[in-house]
Design a binder for this molecule. Structure first.
Ligand SMILES: Nc1ncnc2c1ncn2[C@@H]1O[C@H](COP(=O)(O)OP(=O)(O)O)[C@@H](O)[C@H]1O
Ligand SMILES: [Mg+2]
Length: 250
């Protein structure tokens, strides 16, 4: 599988942190990776030190701009970024009528990469629906907190519906526990419940709550640059290896 969406309709659960750092470590593990930022807030874009663009992904979706012309090369990692910006708000309205627009617009370019990762906004709106239509697999960040599992249940229903209507190939590649604090009972319980409910869909790697991960975006750097030996860096490096292993099997 090539196209992987990082999706959860809840905000603040670690989607962008996961998309950025997975993309960087998958590239560092020798894969050719394209990261597509589809959140108008453009956190993945600025987190990689790139100025959010009025053009970028929005121009590709709205105006028929050539995707290749909108790419930003992230030096040192062998990673390409299709940046986001406010223009995606207008693009979302257009996407409402066409859930396959993203898939169609990126089909040719995507073929040049081993993996295309999509960061998505915190909703099940048209931008996310386009990601669900374009992806074969989803990485779902699960923040260790109450009600987190209910959110995943709702997302699973959406995935089932999308599979019947838009995209029979779609499946959840894996669920990753984020902002995990092993000292709290809550984190332990959420992990236990997740593994009971979702079995080996849950990645072995758990992302710890780590201050280095939260401060890295303010430097416009991925964790591999900001704090390469931190617990957060080690976790995302391991997660990237797990994602590659699963994704290359299918
Ligand atoms: N493992 C972590 N440890 C500490 N802070 C984190 C971690 N993962 C994410 N954060 C912080 O939590 C906030 C929300 O994360 P983010 O990745 O932006 O979530 P989302 O994209 O789902 O809204 C951000 O400020 C981010 O820096
Ligand atoms: Mg985000």
């Amino acid at each position: 599988m090539r196209n992987i969406g990082v999706v959860n309709q809840k905000g603040g659960v670690g989607k962008t942190t996961t998309a950025v750092n997975l993309a960087v470590y998958m590239a560092l593990l020798g894969r050719k990776v394209l990261l597509v930022d589809l959140d108008p807030q453009a956190n993945a874009t600025s987190g990689l030190g790139v100025e959010p663009a009025e053009t970028g992904a929005a121009a590709v979706l709205l105006d028929g701009a050539a995707p290749r012309d909108e790419l930003v090369r992230i030096e040192n990692y062998g990673l390409d970024l299709l940046p986001a910006g406010e223009g995606l708000v207008a693009a979302a309205a257009r996407l409402l009528e066409d859930p396959f627009r993203l898939r169609a617009r990126l089909a040719d370019l995507g073929n040049e990469y081993d993996f295309v990762l999509y960061d998505s906004p915190p909703s099940l709106g048209p931008l996310t629906l386009n990601v669900l239509a374009a992806a074969e697999g989803l990485v779902v960040p699960l923040q260790a907190e109450y009600y987190a599992l209910e959110g995943i249940a709702r997302l699973s229903e959406t995935v089932a519906r999308v599979r019947e209507t838009l995209n029979p190939a779609l499946r959840i590649l894996g669920i990753v526990l984020t902002m995990f604090d092993g000292r709290t009972l809550l984190s332990q319980q959420v992990e236990q419940n997740a593994r009971e409910h979702f079995g080996d869909k849950v990645f072995w790697t758990v992302i710890p709550r780590n201050v280095r991960l939260s401060e890295a975006p303010s430097y416009g750097q991925p964790i591999a640059r900001h704090a390469p030996t931190s617990a957060g860096a080690q976790a995302y490096s391991r997660l990237a290896a797990e994602v590659i292993r699963r994704a290359e099997k299918t």
